[in-house]
Design a protein around this ligand. Structure first.
Ligand code: ATP
Ligand code: MG
Length: 409
């Protein structure tokens, strides 16, 4: 069978297709053509090996259905399909080649592929899949009708099992192709521009440039866009307060935080601007933050606090416990925020961020400790970069704790 697909790979996709290695990985930025390259590789294999049996896997069924299968079907010429069994998630081609689609994000779904013999497989979004899935799949590659090859397409996620196998160990059976979002010539220009604007720091390295980056130095590794960033528009709040971090050359930052009736905190608005005086900041707050009941500000700047008071706003400096040193005060505050970011007994965290608060999200992802020097345990405070809204949130939540203590006293 010979046919032409409506697909012209760009250089990195071509490198991926041309690699003859048993296990290859296309690790690249968002929208860099990973799913497309993985699909074409699957179609090519099915055509070249008549009667072969393979599997296409993705973390969850919705991801499979909405992205992986959709792209695969867009590329696969209709005329080649003999049968598409939607119920059993299986496609048979007219040359007898067969492919099944399976989710593989947890042991139960992975165990369903334990007893089949595959000629090839492809995992899309492999970083979101446990290493266990890869190990099981390696053991399934023994159906002689196929090339006995497996490939993974994914954005990187730190130093995980993909990094270990494809980057660190440099096993001769493995081939790694890395690409950046910006290398895909088929993306709309605006998409790349927006990505560059929205993603900064370590996160940009990972999501745009497809680099393996470490998260050891990140202050809030618990923070995750999928879990913590929500649309807070419809939530009802029992009270709204704000944390204020004064700046001038650095941004002045205000985090406006609503509390629901269960005490969960939501950063619902943010202010983030350089070159604004404390007087201007107070004036802006007076005009724009009428819903805020109390402002809790950096106590190191009494004159800034006074500006708020002069305009009849309820503003006070964050209160340390008596005798508490600055360092332990900051550490305790960070710990409290980290514990709010973790899921509570009901599976939900106690701190969320509205999707409009892009600087808050950026700071949560980029607020870091200094690089650790070998043999030196990390005892320092976080770097004073990307810390403005982080401090503002800490002040606001600190006040909440004092109130709590008083209520029970
Ligand atoms: N070789 C190509 N020819 C034409 N269009 C392409 C090619 N490669 C990628 N694209 C286009 O680029 C866009 C992104 O492709 P694709 O969905 O495969 O990327 P992805 O890396 O899997 O994205 P995501 O990170 O969202 O999973 C799509 O619109 C796709 O059609
Ligand atoms: Mg994809």
């Amino acid at each position: 069978m010979k046919l032409e697909l409506d697909y012209e790979p760009y250089s990195k996709q071509l490198e991926f297709h041309n690699s003859p290695k048993k296990f290859k990985a296309f690790v690249a930025g968002l929208g860099s053509g990973k799913t497309m390259a993985g699909s074409v590789e699957a179609i090519k294999t099915m055509i070249e090996c008549p009667g072969s049996f393979g599997a296409i896997l993705a973390p969850t069924f919705p991801m499979l259905r909405d992205s992986t299968i959709r792209t695969f079907l867009q590329l696969l010429p209709q005329s080649l399909i003999k049968n598409y069994g939607r119920m059993e998630q299986k496609i048979i081609l007219i040359n007898g080649s067969e492919v099944i689609f399976r989710p593989c994000d947890d042991p139960t779904t992975i165990d369903r592929i334990r007893n089949i013999n595959l000629g090839w497989w492809w995992i899309d979004e492999g970083s979101l899949v446990p290493e266990y899935a890869f190990k099981v799949l390696v053991g399934r590659l023994r159906n002689k009708t196929g090339p006995l090859k497996g490939w993974v397409t994914t954005t990187p996620k730190g130093f995980n099992w993909i990094w270990e196998r494809w980057e660190k160990e440099k096993n001769p059976n493995y081939h790694l192709v890395r690409a950046a979002t910006t290398e895909n010539p088929y993306l709309p220009e605006d998409y790349v521009k927006t990505m560059k604007r929205e993603y900064t720091g370590v996160f940009a390295k990972q999501e745009i440039y497809g680099e393996f980056v470490g998260y050891e130095g990140v202050v809030y590794p618990e923070f995750n866009r999928l879990t913590h960033v929500i649309d807070a528009a419809k939530i009802k709040f029992s009270e709204i307060i704000a944390g204020v971090d004064f700046g001038f050359t650095n941004p002045s930052a205000i985090a406006i935080i609503g509390f629901d009736y269960d005490g969960r905190a939501y950063v619902i608005r943010e202010f983030y601007q350089t070159h604004i005086t404390d007087t201007e900041l107070a004036k802006w707050s007076k005009e724009n933050l009428k819903e805020v009941r109390r402002f809790i500000a950096d106590s190191a700047n009494p004159s800034g606090i006074q500006e708020f008071k002069n305009m009849n706003m309820n503003c006070k400096g964050v209160v340390k416990q008596s005798g508490e040193k600055e360092k332990s005060f900051v550490e305790a505050g960070i710990k409290r925020i980290a514990s709010r970011l973790q899921s509570a007994d009901d599976g939900r965290p106690r701190l969320f961020v509205d999707k409009s608060c892009v600087n808050t999200i950026m700071e949560f992802e980029n607020y870091r400790y200094p690089e650790t020097k070998e043999e030196h345990p990390m005892k320092e405070l976080p770097l004073k970069i990307h810390d403005h809204l982080m401090d503002a949130i800490r002040y606001a939540l600190e006040e909440k704790r004092h109130k709590f203590v008083m209520a029970f006293a």
